[in-house]
Design a protein around this ligand. Structure first.
Ligand code: SF4
Length: 344
């Protein structure tokens, strides 16, 4: 790896981020040597190597193996095309195997009270890239951080309703850069959205409830997306809403959505965490967070349906504030109530 060292003696920020990403993925040990390109010193070994390969930037990576010599200027591309080839693969799963109710009950017993790190590692070691993290651009970024630290493969997606705050879009991109991961932005089918807006306008949810718009912009795209995965990880917590999430289990068969081979495993590794636990992790680990949290937001969704929450209210009180507390779900998550869970 060729890293740039600034005149101040510090490594450049981009080089430090690339190294950090490789370390988090457990691939740093595969870097044989670090060659420095000292700022202002064209004779530094790193700059000479750069000139040799027709490059004028750092970081970059020179890979020499049986296939010859190749140069990568992207740590992400290096990871995917070169280093990951020798990384441990997740256990093979029979293509037709969905978890049986007994398997899931055993998993739920095994993981009851387990640390989020152990629940995430359990899921990723079994399902790999067929396990997706549903990242909403909110504090569930902690899940991505935990997953990235395992060094195991995983997928990540974000439901892009088209109504998110600009700050949320910027945060999603910042997270993508910070962890060097791909985040699949899942857009709704344009036809139902166009039809809804044509009939009712852009703000019908204020008049007749959020369900119709959420179904079109969130639930249907989620259902289509999850049909490609065997397991998914959510950032739900029991403390977010007494009415809807107080009985949230750490592991369950998804009560609403299915995977390609039948039952979909749904994991809620942060179920037992409090908001304070999440924020302690964010600050201790330097995890990027949505700047809206600094403006009083406590649960972030679409811009027109989210507002800051006054002290003493639940985190979800700022979502669809014009509706009853029992209805503060968008239909993505059911089966979390103490009793009588109903699809929203
Ligand atoms: S949160 Fe609001 S804008 Fe977003 S999909 Fe639901 S009703 Fe529509």
């Amino acid at each position: 790896m060729v890293k740039k060292r600034l005149a101040s003696g510090e490594p450049c920020r981009k080089c430090a981020q690339a190294e950090d990403m490789l370390r988090r993925r457990g691939l740093w040990h595969r870097i044989d040597e670090v060659v420095w390109a000292q700022e202002g010193d064209p004779d530094a070994a790193g700059w000479r190597l750069a000139a040799e390969h027709g490059i004028d930037t750092a970081p970059f990576f020179v890979v020499r193996d049986a296939a010859g010599e190749r140069v990568y200027t992207s740590a992400l591309k290096l990871t995917k095309e070169a280093l990951a080839q020798g990384a441990p693969a997740p256990p093979a799963q029979p293509a037709s195997a969905g978890p049986s109710p007994d398997d899931l009950a055993a998993a739920a017993r095994e993981l009851e009270g387990a640390r989020p790190e152990d629940i995430v590692a359990w899921a990723l070691s079994r399902y790999g890239k067929t396990c997706a993290i549903a990242f909403s651009g909110a504090e569930d970024v902690v899940l991505l951080d935990i997953a990235a630290r395992t060094g195991l493969p995983f997928s990540a997606f974000c439901l892009d309703t088209g109504r998110l705050d600009p700050e949320t879009y910027e945060h999603i991109d910042a997270v993508r850069d910070h962890y060097g991961i791909e985040i699949d932005m899942v857009l709704p089918d344009p036809e139902p959205v166009r039809e809804l807006v044509r009939r009712k306008g852009l703000f019908s949810f204020y008049r007749d409830g959020h369900e119709e718009c959420c179904n079109v912009r969130k639930v249907a795209p989620l259902e289509a997306t999850l049909s490609h995965y065997r397991a998914w990880l959510t950032g739900q917590r029991r403390d977010q809403n007494e009415a809807t999430r107080s009985a949230l289990p750490a592991v369950q068969a998804d009560p609403r959505f299915s995977g390609p081979t039948g039952p979909l495993v749904k994991l809620n590794p942060l179920a037992a965490w409090t908001a304070a636990d999440v924020w302690a992790a964010i600050h201790e680990r330097g995890i990027p967070y949505n700047p809206l949290f600094d403006r009083g937001y406590r649960s972030i969704g679409c811009a027109p349906c989210t507002r800051p929450v006054p002290p003493g209210k639940s985190d979800r009180a700022g979502r669809w504030w014009w509706e009853h507390a029992d209805d503060k779900e968008c239909g993505l998550h059911v089966g979390s109530k103490p009793s009588s869970a109903k699809p929203a």
